[in-house]
Design a protein around this ligand. Structure first.
Ligand code: GLY
Length: 387
């Protein structure tokens, strides 16, 4: 890790070294500016728990078409982004073009999925209706009771842990300063962001500060009121199982369903890991794994794929998704001059990593907000003066 002396200046200071902050730093440094990222653990954060589904279509909610466009744009960049990372670092990100099968377990679910399919078709998305038998032909481990499903051929996967390791190394190789410390205060002078004070007592000064601290972004002391909305932490508990070679290929693609109103998904990796996620819990900054969370995930996943009970359970974990008030990210300049936001990615942080890196790097080096980022301006939450 790079050592920074107190009082040093940089062009861009990124607060938060999760995948979003790292991608912004890497892509910006590639264009020339000097960049420093501060975080107690670079490559940590929600990505260490995330399953790594790249699911612009199967995570889509009604009314979220601008987010769909952003997600599709990021998905389209992923293969090249991952290949570039691997070429630079020699590390594999686990990016795989597997597609996703979203299935229905009863006739109500089937009707809901049929409506979703119609919505997908209206939007021109690659989403194909399959009967239960066709679903089982694709994935023989599915429960016999599966009533039908949607095969979404462009929703893929990446291994978030490998991705973040590659991004850390890519930053190092591209001259980004990775400073291991917590930003404890945003420094503001003459009505503009000028840097940060760190847990080590040092002060770092920058022309532009990028706030990419996930669900803690709005809590940074020194941030003037109203600049960022509250970013709520949305807990997700996740399980990791191992597929012994004798059972391979256990699943060939991401498999998901909504069971009793809760999303459950299974993401099979090439290295034999099977990730089962995720709960959605809004109860503050709690990352405790609970017996109830593990029970519900296993129960719902077992309904989808009964054979999972044979697999070794190797890890349980919980992370916090950063949810903005409208569940879409905040990308670009804020009301505080020289403070830029890259946060609030909610359920789509891993998916949106490439596009966030590119869009923010473009803004930071040209001063122009790219059109794709415009709907996600932090301004949309700015308090308006009443008439
Ligand atoms: N994108 C999956 C999740 O947030 O659970």
């Amino acid at each position: 890790m790079t050592r920074i002396d107190s009082g040093v200046r940089t062009d861009v200071l990124v607060i938060g070294g999760g995948v979003i902050g790292l991608a912004v730093a890497w892509r910006t440094a590639q264009r020339g500016p000097s960049v420093v990222v501060v975080d107690p653990r670079h490559g940590g954060g929600a990505v260490q728990v995330a399953a790594g589904m790249l699911a612009p279509v199967t995570e889509l909610q009604y009314g979220e078409e601008p987010l769909l466009r952003l997600g599709m744009a990021s998905n389209a960049r992923y293969a090249e982004f991952a290949a570039e990372l691997t070429e630079l670092t020699g590390l594999d990100t686990g990016y795989r073009q597997t597609g996703t099968l979203a299935v229905a377990l009863d006739s109500d679910d089937r009707e809901e999925l049929r409506e979703l399919h119609a919505f997908h078709r209206r939007l021109g998305l690659d989403s194909h209706w399959l009967t239960g038998r066709e679903c089982r032909k694709l994935e023989p481990m599915l429960a016999p009771g599966v009533r039908g499903g949607l095969h979404v051929t462009d929703d893929h996967q990446v291994d978030g842990r490998r991705l973040s390791e590659a991004l850390v190394l890519a930053c190092e190789k591209s001259g980004v300063g990775l400073h291991r410390a917590e930003a404890v205060e945003l420094l503001v002078e003459d009505g503009r962001a000028v840097g940060a004070r760190l847990s080590t007592g040092e002060e770092l000064f920058a022309d532009t500060v990028v706030l990419a601290a996930g669900s803690r972004s709005h809590l940074l002391p020194g941030l003037p009121a109203g600049v960022l909305p509250a970013i709520r932490p949305v807990k997700g508990q996740v399980l990791r199982l191992r597929i012994p070679p004798v059972y391979a290929p256990f699943l060939s693609r991401n498999v998901r369903a909504v069971v009793r109103g809760q999303h459950v998904y299974l993401v099979p990796r090439a290295d034999g890991e099977l990730v089962v996620g995720a709960t959605t819990e809004e109860q503050g900054y709690d990352t405790e794994v609970t017996a109830g969370g593990v029970y519900e995930l296993l129960r719902d996943a077992h309904e989808l794929v009964p054979g999972i009970t044979e697999l070794p359970l190797v890890e349980t974990n919980a992370g916090l998704r950063p949810g903005s008030p409208d569940n879409a990210p905040l990308l670009g300049p804020t009301a505080l001059p020289h403070l830029v936001a890259a946060t609030g990615h909610y359920r789509n942080g891993v998916l949106l990593t490439p596009v966030t890196g590119d869009l923010l790097a473009e803004y930071l080096t040209t001063g122009t907000v790219p059109g794709l980022a415009a709907p996600f301006s932090p301004d949309r939450f700015a308090p308006r003066a009443s008439a």
